[in-house]
Design a protein around this ligand. Structure first.
Ligand code: 7TS
Length: 416
């Protein structure tokens, strides 16, 4: 087992935790909050909260439309986030970064716009066996609209995708592959670079759902050579209601707009309108200005800690938590792939995850229970749901110890 000294390594966890007001509270009177539901959403550092307040207190104005001071200031800050995201993803151009309301919105945009232009009857879309509902349903809706077929890359019992089966699914009918980078219910890190090469060799585009990847590390869209990459700001210590769609220029240029309205046009006549260039073509209406700006602050904050330090610390937490939880008799893990992020799904004997989760909650520990918006994963394992602990860089060894002790307590209660 790894030494509990780990806390002192890499970075100053005590200082980091002070940056997150939500972590420093007691719930149910006297229980220090142990927040282990980071895959659902992460907590926000004070600098992000301050940035939101500053925007509304001093800079509030609409963007891209004013000659006045506030509008220009807001526009500058709003656009600065685009440059930060471009760097985070190593995109070729800032205009390949499209602001959305989140991962779900980004996938729906591509399913609609790419689908509208490139997918026709008899074509195929490939997804994987471990997708979040938001990377299944939009493709089903597209297939329904177009008379296309959905194909699914199978996985094995460890939660590892079968790449041989994937190779066989790729044909001249495949228009697009949509696959998750890191599974939210199993933690599996998929080999995206290899999967992108395979998709491209078959003449298909690839969209990657990075919702669970970006909180744990950067993604280099040029090195991975992916066509689309989406993620949500709220899982990366930023505000809710803001997300990113990266798309290769050649696709975004060719795709029709998703929503029509203000800001996305060049000229409007009753007979016909023309559209703005990238990225505005895909950003109709008054955008989520405050959250876009605060997202830039969140990225600065994460960069100040360092993605590499975060990744290595979280890997240590994952190893420690896996070892500690393995001490519990009858525990069963779901998702034991070689390459994993800091997400652990498990069941304890036949104790219902909801019952265990409710007791943990009363002890101050927040985990998620249920299907985690991956019903097809639960169906594969023949279970209704799991308990899931998901760790961020502000979690500690002590919290994992408390989780383990509390689960042992739950087990004792149910075995009585
Ligand atoms: N894709 C993955 C892999 C996700 O984990 C999630 C959210 C989404 C897409 C959707 O993101 P949204 O921000 O558009 O809602 N996952 C979870 C979760 O695991 N628990 O709550 C939300």
């Amino acid at each position: 087992m790894i030494s509990p000294q780990l806390n002192k390594a890499a970075f100053d966890i005590t200082a980091i935790r002070k940056d997150f007001p939500a972590l420093n509270q007691k719930i149910y009177g006297d229980k220090p909050l142990i927040y282990l539901d980071n895959a659902a959403t992460s907590q926000k550092p004070q600098v992000v909260l301050d940035r939101l307040a500053t925007y509304y207190q001093q800079e509030n104005a609409n963007v891209h439309r004013g000659v006045h001071y506030l509008s220009q200031t807001a526009t500058d800050y709003y656009e600065a986030t685009r440059t930060k995201v471009k760097a985070l993803l190593n995109a070729g151009h800032a205009h390949e970064i499209i602001y959305t309301s989140g991962t779900t919105a980004g996938i729906n945009l591509v399913a609609y716009s790419f689908g509208e232009k490139y997918v026709k009857q008899g074509d195929e879309i490939i997804i994987s066996a471990m997708e979040h509902h938001s990377n299944i349903v939009p493709w089903q809706m597209l297939c329904e609209r177009k008379g296309a077929q959905l194909r699914v890359i199978p996985m094995d019992e460890t939660g590892t995708l079968d790449l041989d089966a994937y190779a066989k699914l790729l044909t001249e009918k495949t228009r697009l592959v949509a696959v998750v980078h890191v599974s939210n219910s199993l933690g599996t890190i998929n080999p995206i670079k290899e999967m992108a090469q395979m998709a491209h060799a078959a003449g298909a585009a690839i969209l990657v759902d990075g919702a669970q990847a970006i909180p744990h590390g950067k993604a280099d869209v040029q090195d991975l050579d992916v066509d689309f990459y989406v993620f949500s700001g709220h899982k990366v210590f930023g505000p809710t209601g803001f997300g990113i769609l990266y798309g290769k220029e050649k696709w975004l240029e060719a795709m029709p707009p998703f929503m029509g309205g203000g800001d996305m046009i060049e000229t409007v006549r009753f007979e016909k309108s023309t559209f703005a260039g990238l990225p505005h073509k895909f950003e109709a209406g008054t955008p989520n200005i405050a959250d876009a700006i605060a997202m830039g602050t969140a990225l600065d904050y994460v960069e100040s800690i360092g993605f590499e330090a975060i990744a290595s610390y979280e890997q240590s937490l994952l190893k420690y938590a896996t070892a500690r939880l393995s001490e519990i008799e009858g525990i069963q893990f779901f998702g034991t792939a070689k390459e994993k992020a800091s997400v652990i799904s498990f069941l304890m004997g036949d104790i219902h995850p909801y019952d265990a989760g409710t007791i943990l909650d009363r002890l101050g520990i927040a985990i998620r229970t249920g299907h985690h918006c991956t019903q097809t994963v639960m169906h594969f394992f023949g279970i209704p749901g799991t308990m899931r602990a998901s760790f961020a860089f502000y979690n500690t060894i002590e919290e994992i110890d408390r989780l383990t002790e509390s689960l042992l307590e739950v087990r004792r209660m149910f075995l009585k």
